[in-house]
Design a protein around this ligand. Structure first.
Ligand code: FAD
Length: 446
């Protein structure tokens, strides 16, 4: 055993999982990818994270940092490298009851957060799935069921504690290291390992949640009417329109309009949702008062060999009719990928484009396609997918890192507009000059 490894084993207080260990198979995979890392390290303390970073940097092996492990490109694992799995750093503590400040370990999941905050009638605008990690989702955005009212998950972050590439513990907030604070709110895992976040949570009641469905044949009218309504609907209403749900008939599936109304006043909720109900022939309507923590769904881990290809882009206000026309046509034709159109805008758009490293503030909608299956199915679907994105290309812009299965230079350029990238690269040079944290939509040190 090399002396570096020996001293690491002595100093590290967390778990070290290696090939051959009983836990290895489960520990080596992330949610959407299998991997074969040389070491999976599960730090139990911040000091362990510092030790693990020093060890990883010393080995020169590829390094993956894993929060909830949901990244579509499989950043949370690798072959032959080191994985720092933060799942033991998952405490959720309400540290300031008056200001609703919640301290959350960098390896917690949103299900853990929702469950811990429910007794306090608090919630944080996050995502839609319990098993998704606070770390990955927040560091690149966070678009969930309260996004129009409270903005992105990263808009509620007030402080982050990071271990940087040189093993130092650094605090980032509006007052301390403000440029780093700007960078971590959108810059993904590029700047260091966040061991804890502090969020300002929001009071929550039960919410009106569910979906209203319409026949696929009414897709054009329903989608256009839905987008028009959202322009004037109260920000309590967040909504996702889905087409070609593979579990409900693929391209023949009904158009699903998922709604979350942030409040428990039925009359107000109806006033916000009824215009959607009037858009066409309602096939089903299961909107009901639901505890916020129950709105989040359990995440499923696909069996090994199943790939998930997610692509996305934003639509600003003007081209929305063209975008929806294309989606309605493709989404009701054979071979369509699953399509989700997420409402953004609202509180997201009230933050300046350059206030955080998440820059796509002016978008009205985000279009996401997801194709799933074994490799031959993915390959067979690729021409259709490329054709759809080719049609959309003149009308959409940018990309959201968290719903992007690819991470090439053009993907990174779509995530970060040129000025955002330039500024991020300067911060990267200061905190990670050797690009230790590279398994992400990677920003090269300037
Ligand atoms: C089933 C499913 C549902 C989803 N739903 C939503 C949704 O509703 N809204 C939404 O916005 N997104 C959603 N996503 C996308 C999700 O936000 C991204 O996949 C996100 O990157 C997952 O974060 P993670 O921590 O689970 O993943 P990981 O794979 O662990 O991490 C993703 C990236 O973040 C980095 N990272 C994670 N934690 C830390 C940390 N503490 N410090 C530094 N770097 C870290 C990793 O190194 C990696 O680069 C969903 C994804 C899936 C698979």
């Amino acid at each position: 055993m090399s002396s570096a490894l020996e001293s690491f084993r002595r100093d590290f207080g967390g778990d070290i999982i290696e090939p051959g260990d009983a836990e290895y198979e489960a520990a080596s995979r992330s949610v959407v990818t299998t991997g074969s890392p040389a070491y999976v390290l599960r730090p139990a303390t911040v000091a362990d994270v510092q030790t693990a970073v020093g060890f990883a940097a010393g080995t020169g092996l590829p390094l993956s940092v894993r929060g909830g492990g949901h990244s579509f490109p499989g950043f949370g694992t690798n072959d032959g490298g080191v994985v720092i799995d933060l799942s033991r750093l998952a405490d959720v503590d309400l540290v300031d009851r008056e200001r609703h400040i919640v301290r959350i370990g960098g390896g917690a999941t949103w299900g853990q957060v929702a469950a811990a905050l429910a007794p306090h009638h608090l919630a944080i605008s996050s995502g839609d799935t319990k098993s998704v990690g606070v770390g990955g989702l927040t560091l690149s955005g966070g678009i969930g069921w309260k996004v129009r009212k409270y903005g992105l998950a990263l808009d509620s972050v007030v402080t982050a504690e990071l271990v940087t590439a040189d093993g130092e513990v650094v605090t980032a907030s509006a007052e301390e290291n403000p440029e780093l604070f700007w960078a971590i709110r959108g810059g993904g895992g590029n700047l260091g390992i966040v061991t804890a976040f502090e969020f300002a949570a929001h009071p929550t009641t039960d919410v009106f949640f569910g979906k209203v469905t319409f026949p696929a044949s009414e897709a054009v009218e329903v989608l256009q009417g839905w987008a028009n309504h959202l322009r004037t609907a109260p920000e309590e209403l967040t909504s996702i329109a889905s087409l070609a749900n593979p579990f409900a008939g693929g391209h023949e599936a009904p158009v699903e309009i998922h709604v979350a109304f942030d409040g428990d006043d039925e009359a107000l909720a109806d006033r916000a949702i009824d215009p959607i109900r009037r858009l066409g022939t309602v096939v089903d309507d299961d909107v009901a008062l639901t505890a916020y923590a129950d709105v989040l769904v359990e995440g499923a881990t696909p069996p090994p060999g199943i790939q998930l290809v997610a692509r996305n882009a934003f639509a600003d206000r003007e081209p929305v009719p063209e975008v929806l026309q294309i989606l309605a046509e493709v989404g009701t034709s054979p071979g369509s990928p699953m399509i989700a159109v997420r409402s953004v805008g609202g509180a997201v758009s009230r933050v300046a484009d350059d206030a955080t490293a998440y820059a796509h503030r002016q978008a009205e909608l985000m279009v996401v396609t997801v194709t799933g299956g074994p490799k031959p199915v993915i390959e067979a679907a690729r021409p259709g997918l490329d054709a759809l994105w080719g049609k959309l290309a003149p009308h959409v812009n940018g990309a959201y890192a968290n719903f992007l299965a690819a991470a090439g230079a053009e993907d990174v350029a779509a995530v970060y507009p040129a000025e955002t990238y330039r500024r991020l690269a300067a911060v990267k040079r200061q905190y990670d000059p050797n690009n230790l944290f590279a398994r992400n939509h990677n920003v090269r040190p300037a």
